[in-house]
Design a binder for this molecule. Structure first.
Ligand code: NDP
Length: 793
């Protein structure tokens, strides 16, 4: 042991281990195994147990059972039985439970921090200062939402029984992110922790017993991927919330397609860390420490692609190399360590294999000069130089403490590099120029952007991804909405099949109403376009007679329309005020032609009260015009000295598939919210009553809606819906059709994991403003971007 005199010479850190005796005693008492937590009780662990290993020491610290279908079933039954009473409690009563959980966590912070470190391998500094305080913060914050749920979310009800599947990188924090909002909103829960890190979830279950949470409100089933699949697939689960890899996210999306279960996915990322030439370089270097070396790089939103402006790149990398030399890797219970063990030997091999791939592809791996402990799953931190966007390591998550690097010259190039990924979870921007920083924040496609900071989280700040990083948000108001339902989500009789099957036939009828076009085209890129195949189908009117022909669009027409929409990017950049003006103009133009639309609707036979439908459509256009500059984001109360903004951003190109009922009103009830918020739309009009949509072309043309913002197709609903669902340039899809069609689009959407909103073949009363109009449509037409902006010195 060195003397103080020696230490004064070398200035080396001495060891500063955190005591784990309390946790050891707790583990020893449970050495035979921890059972599932079902209906307020722990089950007997049984014999077939999964060993839980401390990755830093390779010791087995516990054992948990692998949940099978019967365990999942028992947990779901308990959650279902507990639901009515829990949902019926007043917000105040639920708030008291959540508050008690927060208080108990706080009282036990050190215990949970040590247990988490031993289970996961992450450093005690992080579990003590970040994970566990954030867990408590999450329960406090959501105690507040429980209290306010009736005031803040009128008309909403709990979704029901929630199946929640969480990963191993922030075990208790991810549990809190899932359980707190679910409970606050009045749901009950069946949760599966990752089999690598189940210990803090079990300790949490014990805490729930102490708090006296009613039995069945939270159930914890241990197990692996098969257990997770049994939860997601259980017929009596109403919502699935998943955090983990994009691959498993896809599996779950496909597995529950068509079931009507609400789904939120928080998946992988390859987040850019952008350093502009006017950045505080020392600050940015510290940022890298928190971006990629925090939590051993096992962070879904890790700043894993460092992009540096050329003029400062050399200096930046020199500073980074110097800083890297001071990193300490070792015993995670030692308070002087920066980096602990990765979660398992298997994860270490995965990281090492990717690092080898990076080197084989020509990149140089720069690693910290650290001596790794002989035992345990330790990985030296580092960064690659010489990486290009095409390299495997630039595209896939390493999920270890190693970043890739690239340089850029202009802001435009930085944006292009930042967005050159299939993911869109987070980004960091470093610049002392607030204008440039905010411009970049706006142009990066990511759900969270930190300016001059990184990896900051707060219960009030929505977190979640764009693109293949998933959909749905956790935290704040947006997070609560993932656990609430509206009456319109549940009601509704089955929708009858379309009365008209599009068939190519020569037109033999008689257009007995002179104002009815008999050869309608499609509407693509602001122009009327003949269907690609040159085909039309005959449309039957009120008393069974043929009243005209509609264009029969095919897959190529969908692609053309998506391309045209893709070019109309200016629409997303015009102000809400401008969009409102255009929508008012559209309403006005529609109003001037109300008699013509009413006659056409009456002739179609689709609308018993044609004039009312036209009138309601005009009103709806006014309502969304009014909303275009009012559906605001917010500034949320997070950490001090941060302005944390939530901005409602358009998706880009949205697909819309309209139903047969109320063919004018329903079509515009779907298109208007989407374009009000700056999206471009490719809409498939009612299959059975397509001519009313064709009549809109002229209204759109005369309303100053730029070409490509609204594209209208007619034809076979489900053929066109499938193509839209499969198209990678369509970012979101709303489908009103059949039950099978809903399953089909949800399955077909997995390619780019687009956000979908299907009605599972249930009718909606489009005339009722509570069902056919409202903030829910606007909410579904945008994705929340959370931008963290610090201020002060
Ligand atoms: P997974 O996505 O496989 O695991 C996440 C959770 O899902 C775990 O609880 C897992 O169970 C469970 N699970 C696995 N398969 C299914 C299934 N078919 N249905 C339902 N649940 C399932 O991540 P891995 O642990 O395999 O890690 C692999 C890679 O994924 C990492 O290297 C990293 O790149 C990424 N990842 C991303 C995370 C993020 O936060 N975005 C978190 C974790 C990993 P169990 O682990 O018990 O088998």
């Amino acid at each position: 042991m060195p003397s103080i005199k020696d230490i004064m010479q070398t200035m080396e850190y001495g060891p500063a281990p955190e005591s784990n005796s309390e946790v050891r005693a707790w583990l020893d008492e449970r050495a035979a195994g921890l059972g599932h937590f079902i209906n307020g009780r722990f089950t007997a662990p049984g014999d077939d147990l999964i060993e839980v290993v401390n990755p830093a020491t390779e010791e087995v610290i516990g054992r948990v059972p692998k949940g099978v279908a019967a365990d999942v079933d028992a947990a779901v039954r308990a959650a279902r039985a507990a639901l009515p009473k829990w949902a019926a409690l007043s917000g105040f009563e639920r708030a008291r439970y959540l508050y008690a959980i927060a208080r108990h966590i706080q009282k036990r912070e050190r215990f949970f921090a040590v247990l988490e470190t031993m289970d996961n391998g992450k450093t005690i500094r992080e579990t003590r200062d970040i994970d566990i305080p954030l867990v408590a913060r999450h329960f406090y914050h959501h105690a507040g939402w429980a209290e306010l749920v009736d005031d803040e979310f009128p008309d909403h009800t709990p979704v029901g029984v929630c199946g929640q599947i969480i990963p191993w990188n922030f075990p208790l924090l991810m549990l809190a992110w899932k359980v707190a909002p679910a409970l606050a909103a009045g749901n009950t829960v069946v949760l599966k922790p990752a089999d690598l890190t189940p210990m803090t979830a079990s300790a949490f279950a014990e805490l729930l017993v102490e708090v006296g949470l009613p039995a069945g409100v939270v159930n914890i089933v241990h197990g692996d991927g098969e257990t997770g699949a049994a939860i997601a697939g259980h017929a009596d689960i109403d919502k699935v919330a998943f955090t983990g890899s994009t691959d498993v996210g896809r599996v779950i999306r496909r597995q529950i397609a068509g079931s009507g279960k609400k789904l939120s996915l928080e998946l992988g990322g390859k987040s850019p860390f952008i350093v502009l030439e006017d950045a505080d370089l020392d600050g940015a270097v510290e940022g890298v420490v928190d971006a990629i070396w925090f939590n051993q790089g096992e962070v879904c939103c890790a700043g894993s692609r460092i992009l540096v402006q050329e003029g400062v790149a050399r200096r930046f990398f020199e500073k980074l190399t110097q800083r890297m030399k001071t990193l300490r890797v070792g015993d995670p219970l030692d308070k002087t360590m920066d980096i602990g063990a990765v979660v398992s030997k298997k994860q270490l091999s995965r990281i090492e294999a990717l690092l080898e791939t990076g080197k084989a592809e020509g990149a140089t791996l720069n690693v910290a000069p650290v001596e790794l402990p002989k035992r345990g799953a330790f990985c030296a931190p580092g960064f690659f130089t010489g990486t290009a966007s095409s390299h495997t390591v630039s595209q896939v998550e390493i999920f270890g403490p190693v970043a890739t690097t690239q340089t850029f010259r202009t802001l435009g190039e930085a944006v292009a590099l930042a967005n050159d990924t299939r993911y869109g979870l987070a980004a960091s921007v470093w610049s002392e120029n607030v204008n440039r920083a905010i411009e970049l924040a706006a142009r990066v496609k990511a759900g969270v952007v930190w300016i001059n900071g990184t990896n900051m989280f707060d219960a009030a700040a929505p977190f979640g991804g764009y693109r293949e990083s998933g959909f749905g948000r956790e935290g704040g108001r947006s997070g609560m909405l993932e656990y609430l339902a509206l009456p319109a989500d549940k009601k509704g009789k089955p929708r009858p099949a379309p009365t008209l099957v599009p068939q190519v036939q020569p037109f033999t009828g008689k257009a007995d109403l002179p104002e009815i076009d008999i050869t309608a085209k499609l509407y693509i890129g602001g122009k009327q376009a003949r269907a690609d195949g040159g085909q039309s189908y005959t449309v039957i009117g009120k008393s069974g007679q043929a009243i005209g022909q509609a264009g029969l669009a095919n897959r190529k027409d969908v692609r053309n329309a998506v391309e045209a929409a893709g070019k109309a990017t200016g629409w997303g950049n015009v102000t809400g005020h401008n969009r409102a003006q255009v929508l008012y103009f559209l309403a006005e133009n529609l109003s001037q032609r109300r008699a013509e639309f009413a006659a056409a609707l009456a002739a179609s036979g689709a609308s018993p009260k044609a004039e009312d439908e036209v009138e309601l459509t005009i009103r709806r256009a006014f309502w969304y015009a009014a909303q275009a500059d009012k559906f605001d984001g917010a500034v949320t109360a997070t950490k001090s000295r941060h302005v944390t903004m939530t901005v409602n951003e358009p998706f880009g190109t949205m697909g819309i598939v309209a139903p047969d009922e109320a063919p004018l009103l329903s079509l515009l009830s779907l298109i208007l919210p989407a374009i009000a918020l700056g999206n471009r739309v490719v809409a498939v009009a009612s299959q059975s009553h397509p001519l009313i949509a064709a009549r809109l072309y002229q209204v759109l043309e005369t309303s100053d809606i730029p070409g490509g913002v609204v594209n209208l197709l007619t034809g076979d609903r489900d053929v066109l819906a499938r193509t839209l669902a499969e198209h990678d340039d369509v970012a979101a899809l709303w489908y009103c059709g059949s039950e099978e069609g809903s399953a089909m689009v949800e399955k077909a959407s997995v390619g780019n994991l687009k956000s979908t909103w299907s009605d599972y073949g249930r009718l909606r009363d489009w005339r009722d403003p509570k069902q056919g109009q409202g903030r829910e449509f606007l909410r579904r037409a945008c994705q929340v971007k959370t931008i963290w902006l610090p201020y002060g010195e």
